[in-house]
Write a new protein. Structure first.
Length: 402
């Protein structure tokens, strides 16, 4: 986008794109621009910030001095060159701000507190047969009280907001999660974000859970991503997210990247991806074999699933996701596909490896085959992505952009 003088104000992190303005009226934007740039770079000296943003050295210096006084950035170790004064890089201050991330899932809920760097400071976990609104609100109240009780008052005052990650149209999936319809209808008639926001002084935001997971990978992943990539998150139901022009794209209804309903060839007909590559399928397979799948939702890393069941599920998930990747790349020529989920790390790597082996079996004529990567965030992606919502809204130039 451009300011009223026509200066380019696109996302931070690109020498050609991240431009600030020396006008006083855009001070808040410039502060966010500098914070976004430092987050993307890791650290940067004042002269480097001025060069990358197009701000005058004086303007950049004044803003960074204020950000330092506000406790949002801090000085790193001096870097000494051959001549002149040492350069002092500035970095984000870990305790500059804190954010709650709430994940409301179909089998479990998590509330985490993260610092300005995205480090998880504390967490509370709850498992259940299915989610209910009243139960969720009680969980949030109790979990916030438990977490903040152990914090110094000065740090509590730096909590800047809460993000909520939850599936869209949760009430429509009562049969799939084995819940009585009357227990789930409240998700349609009640505004959970508004009810939680009324309980706290900080702002509360809400986003689709798979988009949140994608946002976590985008904001906190720390990898060199292309400007466009596709993201899959394998949870109780599989979902996804889309990043376009380095910005999380959620569409007019917030449901962009909803990969679960995509039609996939299966046994001579079509099935939805959600029925072929979701952990609900693995859960059902364990039950059919006479096992107890509840352990899947207690801890994403320490599973005890018979090898033959896990192998069969991974094989079908890989096959169906390969088709979904090809179909998605026929709409947008994604350079990269990132895959993550509520799975042990070794299982995610195995899934990505199986997809890579199946990619040549798909007809890619007229399409560009994308690179595959394993996500780096892991099971916390949805709750960490939720925490990134208030961070983006208050401290980044464009929500969801780097």
């Amino acid at each position: 986008m451009a300011n009223k003088n026509g200066e380019n104000l696109s996302e931070a992190g690109s020498e050609a794109g991240a431009r600030g303005s020396n006008q006083t009226g855009l001070r808040v934007y410039n502060e966010r621009l500098i914070l976004s740039l430092i987050r993307n770079q890791g650290s940067a000296a004042k002269a480097e910030i001025a060069r990358l943003t197009g701000l005058s050295a004086q303007t950049a210096s004044v803003i960074m001095r204020q950000l330092e006084q506000d406790g949002l950035i801090e000085r790193g170790d001096p870097v000494r060159g051959k001549v002149g004064q040492p350069s002092i890089p500035m970095r984000l201050a870990a305790n500059g701000a804190f954010f709650f991330g709430l994940k409301i899932g179909r089998r479990s809920a998590d509330l985490i507190l993260v610092n300005f760097l995205g480090d998880v400071i504390d967490r509370v976990h709850l498992t259940y047969a299915y989610p209910e609104p009243d139960q969720t609100i009680s969980f949030v109240v109790d979990a916030v009280a438990r977490i903040t009780k152990g914090l110094d008052r000065t740090l509590v005052d730096r909590i800047a907001g809460m993000g909520i990650s939850m599936p869209g149209y949760l009430w429509e999936w009562a049969d799939h999660v084995g819940a009585p319809a009357e227990k789930m209808v409240g998700w349609r008639t009640r505004d959970i974000r508004e009810e939680i926001a009324a309980l706290f002084a900080f702002p509360v935001f809400l986003q689709n859970d798979a988009s949140c997971a994608c946002g976590a990978e985008h904001v906190f992943g720390g990898q060199d991503y292309p400007s466009e990539f596709l993201y899959f998150y394998v949870g109780h139901f599989i979902g996804g997210g889309v990043v376009l022009n380095r910005t999380l794209f959620t569409g007019p209804t917030g449901n962009a990247g909803a990969l679960g309903p995509m039609s996939i060839p299966h046994n001579g007909s079509l099935s939805q991806l959600v029925d072929l590559a979701s952990l609900s399928g693995l859960e059902a397979m364990i039950r059919q074999a006479g096992g107890d799948p509840s352990g899947l939702w207690e801890d994403a890393e320490n599973w005890s699933v018979p090898h033959e069941i896990m192998d069969a599920w991974l094989e079908e998930a890989a096959r169906s996701m390969t088709y979904a990747i090809a179909a998605s790349c026929s709409v947008i020529d994604f350079e990269l596909v990132v895959i993550d989920g509520w799975l042990p790390r070794d299982a995610v790597k195995d899934l990505v490896s199986r997809i890579a082996h199946k990619m040549p079996l798909v007809d890619w004529a007229g399409l560009v085959r994308p690179e595959l990567r394993t996500g780096v965030i892991g099971p916390d992606a949805r709750s960490l992505g939720a925490a990134s919502l208030p961070l983006s809204q208050k401290f980044l130039t464009v929500a969801g952009a780097l």
